[in-house]
Design a protein around this ligand. Sequence first.
Ligand code: AHM
Ligand code: MG
Length: 339
Amino acid sequence: MKFKTLTEFIIEKQAEYPQASGELSRLLNDIGIAAKFVNREVNRAGLGEVMGYAGEVNVQGEDQKKLDVYANDQFIAALKSGGQCCAIGSEENDEIILLDSEISKHGKYVVAIDPLDGSSNIESNVSIGTIFSIYRRRTVRGVATIEDFLQPGRNLVAAGYVLYGSSTVLVYTTGYGVNGFTLDPSVGLFILSHPNMKYPETGTIYSINEANYIYFPEGVKRYIQFCQEDDKATHRPYSTRYIGSMVADVHRNLIRGGIFIYPGTIVSKQGKLRLLYECNPVAFIAEQAGGKASDGFRRVLDIQPKALHERAPIFVGPTYMVEKAEALMKQYSPEFRLE
Ligand code: AHM
Ligand code: MG
């Protein structure tokens, strides 16, 4: 049987761009390797109490760590090892992590990452994920600064996510389409399983935490009503699906056709999700898959970030679904416009 591994695919793509130096390829490959280690630990989650993992000291004499801390450490270690990345912005760390070894400090790229998103789902065996953004640094040389991260998502060089689900899938884009790779755990290889991913022409799913309904902008309430109306021609009412792990919700909606919404509310106008390492990577992938990502009024990828952990509302999915929600936001909730 003929198959293509993630590493082969990355090398093949690099060869299509003679000007490419191979640094981005190495960086992506290193993220793929770290994801395998995280996957191994995610699969053992729950054994902690039975086998004495959590809070214990393991055979190497190391303290066992919580999974999100473990994931953070793995990705940082992987990004340090290659020398292409000069700084990391992680959900787990308040400040950027400077990689200031002689090699890394001259690295061309910075990476913003949520190492284990949806971690509240771990104990109930529900899917969780990793989300990452890769930018070319703005400063020319030397130790990186926060300015290297405060770039709009349209500057992204690459972005992706790993979904630790019923199988483990890595999906990424470098701006030339979206490709997905499924981990074959028996041989430890990510195999190309979802080439050139695109949103289906018709989608019937909407994903939003409806428990927050009373806090939603009127535009969102109207969109939910629209999703629930009876109209055979447009396949409504749609179905609600909400896992509570953004990677899982976004991935399912990309495959099946659906909109994911985490809006601003009257309690938090900026919503919950983080612009740099949650909204932007998902927005880049959505656009590359023929869809759209908006904060209700403007393209997510055009938002100029002001802080590393800044939050933004997000409406992401097939273009026609996002545009309908945007139209209702503009009509009924103009006071939620952020710029
Ligand atoms: P986390 O980064 O603390 O894990 O939170 C992010 C997660 C997303 O994966 C998910 O879409 C969202 O929080 C769910 O939030 P809520 O429970 O408010 O619906
Ligand atoms: Mg998160």
